[in-house]
Design a protein around this ligand. Structure first.
Ligand code: SF4
Length: 467
C-alpha cells in the first residue's frame, strides 16, 4: 500500500473507512488461527524481531495483545525498544490493526469497567499509536491525512467554535490555552489566521506571518484536536459496547481474548513491577514510593492515628489521613509530577492498599473517640471513594475511576478546617503540605542513619492481622 491509498482508518479506526474495513475483514471464529497474510506482513515490515519467535504475532488475537503490550512496555520498561513493535507504525498493517482495535474494545468492555486500568491502557495506547504514526510520516502526507481525518471527525464544519469542543475541554483533554480564539471561533487554518488578524499583521513580512501562525497554531493544534476527539470517541465506543454486552452474549473467542489479555497484563505487571511499583520510574531518592516510615510522619498525621475526638473524626480520617497515607506510600511525587494517576497504576493488584494502607486508616478509625466505624460505618464507603474506587464497601479494580483519588490537603487547609490537628514543629516551617514534610523527614532521617525498623515491623504485624 502506498501512502496516498491510506485513508482515515489509519488514524481513526472508528471512521467510516475503519468501519468498512472491520465489516470486510472480521471473522470472529478465526481470530486465534494462524494468519499467513499477517505473518507475511510482519516478516516484511518488522524490524529486529526475526530472531525471536515470541515477538512475532501470528494471529489477529496475538496482534491485539501486542497492541496493548507495546504501550505498557513503553511506559514501564526502561529497556524498551520501540523498533520491536515497528510493524504497528507501518501502513501495511493498517487493515489488520483496525480489526484488532475493535476486537480489543470488545474484549476490554466485556472484562473490565470503562474506568479500569485496562481501559485506560487501551485509550492511552490509541493516543500514542496516532502520535507515533504521525511522527513517522513525511510532512506533506501528514498534513494531508490530518486534514482529511479532522474534516470527517468534525463533520466538515467550516467554522469551529470552542463550544464545539466543550466535552474535550471539560474533561481536560484540551485546554482553552492550547487554542487560538477569535470571538469564540477557533483559528485552525493559515488563511483564517491571516483574515482574522489582518489589521495586526498587514505590515509584517511573509516569513514572520508564517512563523507566528506555526508557533500559535500550525499542525500541532489540529493534531491535538484530532487525537483527543478520537480518544474521546473511543471512550464512548467502549461504553456503548459495555451497555450492549449487558443484554447480548459475548462471542467465545472475544472471551478468550479477554482472558489472554488479562494473563499477559499480569505477566507484564510482575515483570516490570520494579518500575511500575515505584511510580512509573519517576521516583528519586527524595520522594520514592516505599514502605511507610512512621518516624517521618508529621505531627498532624501522628495525632490523627493516635485518635481524634468526635467533631473532627470524619474529616480527619476520611479526607485527610486517607489521602496522606495512600499518596505517601504509593505516589509521594504527586505534586512534582502533576499527573493524574490511579492507585492501580502504582499498586496493580491492590496488595499494598489492602495490606499497608487500609490497616493504618482502620487503626486511626479504631483509635478515634468514639471509634469511627462503630457509629458511622458508612464512612468506610467514603474512604473507598476517596481512594478512587467509587461508593463501595471495599476497593475493587472494576470500580476504579468512578471517583477520583483525592490528593492530600495542604497545611493551609488543615489549619482552617482541622486546626486542632496542627501542632507544628521546627520542620513544619519549611513545608506547605504534610506530604512534603514526610518526604523531607524521611530523606533526612535516612541521611542521618536514624531510621529504625519499626515501620517494617508494624507493616508485618498488619499483614498478619489481615490474614
Ligand atoms: S504545619 Fe502542616 S505538616 Fe506541620 S503539623 Fe501543621 S498541618 Fe501538619
Amino acid at each position: 500500500m502506498n501512502q496516498t491509498e491510506i485513508r482515515e482508518g489509519f488514524l481513526n479506526p472508528l471512521s467510516s473507512d475503519g468501519q468498512r474495513i472491520l465489516h470486510e475483514n472480521i471473522d470472529l471464529n478465526s481470530i486465534f488461527d494462524e494468519n499467513e497474510k499477517l505473518i507475511e506482513i510482519i516478516n516484511r515490515v518488522g524490524h529486529g524481531i526475526m530472531d525471536d519467535d515470541s515477538k512475532i504475532p501470528k494471529s489477529l488475537g496475538e496482534l491485539a495483545i501486542k497492541r496493548i503490550e507495546w504501550y505498557f512496555r513503553e511506559k514501564n520498561d526502561k529497556k524498551f525498544k520501540i523498533n520491536e513493535y515497528s510493524y504497528f507504525f507501518n501502513e501495511d498493517i493498517y487493515e489488520n490493526d483496525v480489526v484488532c482495535f475493535h476486537l480489543l474494545a470488545q474484549a476490554i468492555a466485556q472484562q473490565y469497567n470503562t474506568n479500569s486500568r485496562e481501559a485506560r491502557l487501551f485509550f492511552e495506547s490509541q493516543k500514542r499509536i496516532i502520535e507515533e504514526r504521525l511522527n513517522r510520516m513525511n510532512t506533506e502526507f501528514r498534513n494531508y491525512i490530518v486534514d482529511n481525518t479532522l474534516d470527517e471527525l468534525l463533520n466538515n464544519i467550516t467554522t469551529l467554535k470552542w463550544t464545539d469542543l466543550i466535552n474535550l475541554i471539560s474533561s481536560k483533554k484540551i485546554s482553552l490555552e492550547d487554542l487560538l480564539l477569535s470571538g469564540g471561533e477557533i483559528i485552525l487554518n493559515e488563511d483564517d489566521f491571516r483574515e482574522t488578524f489582518y489589521t495586526e499583521i498587514e505590515d509584517w513580512q511573509e516569513r514572520r506571518i508564517e512563523s507566528v501562525y506555526n508557533e500559535l497554531v500550525g499542525y500541532k493544534v489540529k493534531e491535538l484536536i484530532l487525537t483527543q476527539i478520537i480518544v474521546q470517541n473511543t471512550e464512548e465506543y467502549l461504553k456503548n459496547i459495555k451497555e450492549k454486552l449487558a443484554i447480548i452474549d459475548i462471542h467465545p473467542k472475544i472471551k478468550k481474548l479477554s482472558e489472554e489479555l488479562e494473563k499477559q497484563l499480569k505477566k507484564l505487571t510482575e515483570k516490570y513491577s520494579e518500575f511500575y511499583g515505584s511510580g512509573s520510574g519517576f521516583s528519586n531518592e527524595f520522594d520514592k514510593a516505599e514502605k511507610l516510615m512512621k518516624e517521618a510522619f508529621p505531627p498532624c498525621v501522628l495525632k490523627t492515628i493516635e485518635g481524634v475526638k468526635s467533631g473532627n473524626r470524619n474529616d480527619a480520617i476520611v479526607l485527610f489521613l486517607t489521602s496522606f497515607i495512600s499518596y505517601s506510600r504509593l505516589y509521594p511525587q504527586v505534586f512534582k509530577n502533576n499527573e493524574n494517576i490511579s492507585i492501580s497504576d502504582v499498586d496493580p493488584n491492590l496488595d499494598i492498599t489492602f495490606n499497608e494502607i487500609l490497616p493504618i486508616i482502620n487503626e486511626a478509625a479504631e483509635n478515634a473517640v468514639p471509634p469511627l466505624f462503630e457509629d458511622q460505618p458508612q464512612e468506610k464507603i467514603n474512604i473507598v471513594s476517596k481512594l478512587g474506587f467509587g461508593m463501595h464497601s471495599e476497593p475493587k479494580l472494576e470500580n476504579e475511576g468512578e471517583t477520583k483519588w483525592y490528593t492530600p490537603m495542604s497545611c493551609e487547609k488543615i489549619k482552617i478546617h482541622l486546626g486542632n490537628l496542627c501542632h507544628p514543629n521546627k520542620a513544619c516551617k519549611k513545608i506547605g503540605n504534610p506530604l512534603s514534610y514526610y518526604s523531607m523527614r524521611k530523606w533526612q532521617l535516612k541521611k542521618d542513619g536514624k531510621l529504625n525498623n519499626t515501620s517494617k515491623d508494624s507493616s508485618k504485624k498488619k499483614d498478619k492481622k489481615n490474614k
